[in-house]
Write a protein that binds this ligand. Structure first.
Ligand SMILES: NC(=O)C1=CN([C@@H]2O[C@H](COP(=O)(O)OP(=O)(O)OC[C@H]3O[C@@H](n4cnc5c(N)ncnc54)[C@H](O)[C@@H]3O)[C@@H](O)[C@H]2O)C=CC1
Ligand SMILES: O=C(O)CCC(=O)C(=O)O
Length: 432
């Protein structure tokens, strides 16, 4: 009999995750913050790795009668500070390493914002664009059933991410509520308003990206009314960030998505582009601008560049060619480790790191969860005022630490998040 390999199951899991470029990137960011904080070795190891990796196969009857298997993951990075919180992604490239990276970013994001949550993320490898609404409903309901042993309003609360939306959340509420026997709106956030969603959750992430980008522009001594903006990604995050910046006087000169990219030096009209992108499932062909090659988008000259699509788009190849003053990371993980080093050396771009820049979504998810638990409804004004004051507080804290310790913005933001999680774990005795 062959000798079994002498690799512990934990080590095998760690190696599997580190084989993912996205997880490796997240781990490198964590290591840098942990190094700066000089965390004790036990604490450092304890905070780095996910608590639970849950993978399930999800059988779905397709409209043509065939049975298709989908592979789904939910990674619960940690639960020490409260229920796991984080979105659910439907995209063909989803894999466990990506989901684990996104889960760890949720952990630091929630802690940086001071939310009483742990971090998690889910994903199903599928192409929602190619599926009918009944197929998506069957996929969502079966996935939710498979997750029932692992979720609950005090255990794990999902929300929309790439490829999912309020309708997907509504199906999840219904499936979970039928299981427990009573309506449980606290099981997810990002729900429709008619099912006890929160006012302003739909626009919260984009609103937060725009709000922080404006703070950064002011910090650089510029005015938003003179600013030009380029966005990659025009879904939930990108479209509302563009709309908000444009309402504040900025000029949206180019927008790209999975279908193509459009440019207009005089400014794209977001009031027309938003309905166009919904109707045509993308921005390609928008008559209010001219088509440009998608690969030119990120290196266009502009004041604010907003990646709001997928990870790892600012790379070693294009980082030195960026021509923006502010890089507002709407997407999670848009900048690779190599690109980060280039941006740090350049020192002429103000980076608003993802875990702060896109935290408006999870902050309003927290408000939505609180409203659901209390059977209360806040006004849009209340939600936005509280959101902006929390974002402004994060911005100030990150600036202060970055200045005091001469740290890049990302390291400062990560350090604040990691420190809070490490402190909670040490207070609880490192075992939770
Ligand atoms: N929805 C939310 O509340 C939050 C989302 N995020 C992050 O923001 C990013 C975008 O999420 P959503 O707007 O919710 O997703 P979405 O599904 O609404 O939109 C995604 C956008 O990315 C574009 N896209 C996809 N592949 C692309 C490619 N290869 N090149 C260019 N564009 C591409 C799509 O065409 C679409 O415009 C993700 O990184 C997500 O994790 C972060 C915080 C909260
Ligand atoms: O609103 C939430 O709970 C999570 C949003 C999310 O997935 C993210 O911030 O990346």
């Amino acid at each position: 009999m062959d000798n079994p390999p002498k690799v512990s199951p934990i080590r095998a899991m760690q190696e599997m995750l580190l084989a993912s470029p996205v997880f490796k990137q997240a781990a490198a960011q964590y290591d840098r913050a942990a190094e700066f904080l000089n965390l004790k070795p036990d604490t450092r190891e304890r905070c780095k790795w996910p608590k639970r990796l849950i993978s399930v196969s999800v059988p779905v009857r397709m409209d043509d009668g065939s049975l298709q298997m989908f592979f789904a993951h939910r990674v619960q990075h940690h639960l020490s500070r409260g229920p796991v919180k984080g979105g659910l992604r439907y995209h063909p490239s989803v894999d466990i390493g990506e989901v684990a990276a996104l889960a760890s970013w949720m952990t630091w994001k929630c802690a940086l914002a001071g939310l009483p949550f742990g971090g998690g993320k889910g994903g199903i490898a599928c192409n929602p664009q190619a599926m009918s609404p009944p197929e998506l409903e069957r996929l969502t309901r079966r996935f939710t059933q498979e997750m029932i042993p692992f979720i609950g309003p005090q255990i794990d609360v999902m929300a929309p991410d790439v490829g999912t939306n309020e309708q997907v959340m509504a199906w999840m509420v219904d499936t979970y509520s039928v299981h427990v026997g009573s309506l449980e709106p606290g099981i997810v956030t990002g729900k429709p308003l008619g099912l006890y969603g929160s006012k302003a959750r739909r626009e919260a992430t984009g609103h937060g990206v725009a709000f922080l980008a404006m703070l950064a522009i002011e910090k650089l001594g510029m005015q938003v009314k003179d600013a030009t903006v380029v966005l990659q990604g025009f879904g939930n995050v990108g479209s509302y960030a563009a709309r908000n910046l444009s309402m504040n006087g900025a000029k949206i000169i180019a927008v790209g998505d999975a279908t193509g990219a459009v440019y207009n030096a005089r400014g794209l009209d977001t009031r027309q582009l938003m309905p166009y992108a919904i109707e045509h499932r993308g921005v390609a062909g928008f008559p209010g601008g001219e088509a440009i090659p998608a690969e030119e988008l990120l290196t266009l000259e502009c004041d604010i560049l907003i990646p709001a699509a997928l990870e790892r788009v600012i790379t070693e190849e294009n980082a030195s060619k960026l021509r923006c003053k502010v890089l507002a990371e709407g997407a999670n993980g848009p900048t690779t480790t190599e690109a980060d080093a280039i941006l740090e050396a350049r020192d002429d771009i103000f980076v608003i790191p993802d875990i702060m820049c896109n935290s408006g979504g999870v902050i309003v998810s927290y408000f939505e969860w609180v409203q659901a638990l209390q059977h209360m409804s806040w006004t849009e004004k209340e939600v936005l005022q509280k959101l902006e004051s929390m974002l402004a507080a994060s911005f100030r804290e990150v600036q202060t630490l970055a200045k005091q310790k001469n740290l890049p913005q990302r390291v400062a933001a990560m350090a604040l998040g990691v420190q809070r999680v490490a402190e909670t774990k040490e207070l609880r005795g490192l075992y939770p």
